[in-house]
Design a binder for this molecule. Sequence first.
Ligand SMILES: Cc1cc2nc3c(=O)[nH]c(=O)nc-3n(C[C@H](O)[C@H](O)[C@H](O)COP(=O)(O)O)c2cc1C
Length: 245
Amino acid sequence: MELYEAVFKRKSMRKFDEKLKISDEEMNLIQSKLKSLKKLTPETEVEFVIKPRRETNCRINAEYCILAYTQDKPLWKENIGYMLEQLDLYLATVNIGSCWYGLGKTKEQELNGKLYAIMFCFGKSTSNDFRKDENEFDRKKVEDIWQGLKNDNIANAVRLAPSACNSQPWKVKSDGKEISVYLRQKTDNVLTRALSKYFNGFDMGIFLYILELALDKHGYLYERQLFDNGETELTLLAKYAVLNL
Ligand SMILES: Cc1cc2nc3c(=O)[nH]c(=O)nc-3n(C[C@H](O)[C@H](O)[C@H](O)COP(=O)(O)O)c2cc1C
């Protein structure tokens, strides 16, 4: 299965059968994947540490957690989101369930000059644990996130991107030749607004990765430009100039 197909299958796995274990071979693959993840901001150094979940405060009964550490450079949250979403999708292709775990805390706040960013847990699952149908996703409609010209397949794939508290803080404007991606600060739910605000950067990185995966899949060539504009109600994060129209 390709990563693109995993977009339609993945879900946040919050319940694991503890009799199922990650094999040594799977663990080796995961470790090598972690080393080969594409960065959004190549100049930012990151480090991932895998720990048995019981050594963390993660309350999901996954077998392992990944603790992500990063240099404090522009767009560091977006970069981690972009990177670990590649792993999230890869794991779904091999029936390993995973869940971003923003609530994860650790005493080891620093590692080799890098700061703790976020936790992510995973454990062996079965194909039945994953989604079979797009209707199983609780998401905004395409019309609510994408304004202007679109390829329906691409707009529908990015709609399914995961986000903290399912806040889906993105907005796309497109004239076909240029696709602009914005962070939209408001969430509909007052309770989750404060919590999701911290995680918006990770969410946006996840979104950009899935957008690029979909553009690649449907044969679009593009040049990406990133912006680090601070935070307003609608903040431009990235522009994709489509080259082959
Ligand atoms: C950055 C980030 C942090 C998250 N933190 C948590 C968390 O602490 N606990 C949890 O149960 N789910 C967490 N999630 C999972 C989201 O709630 C989930 O992705 C969203 O509700 C959409 O559901 P889905 O992933 O099953 O499609 C997080 C997701 C993201 C992207």
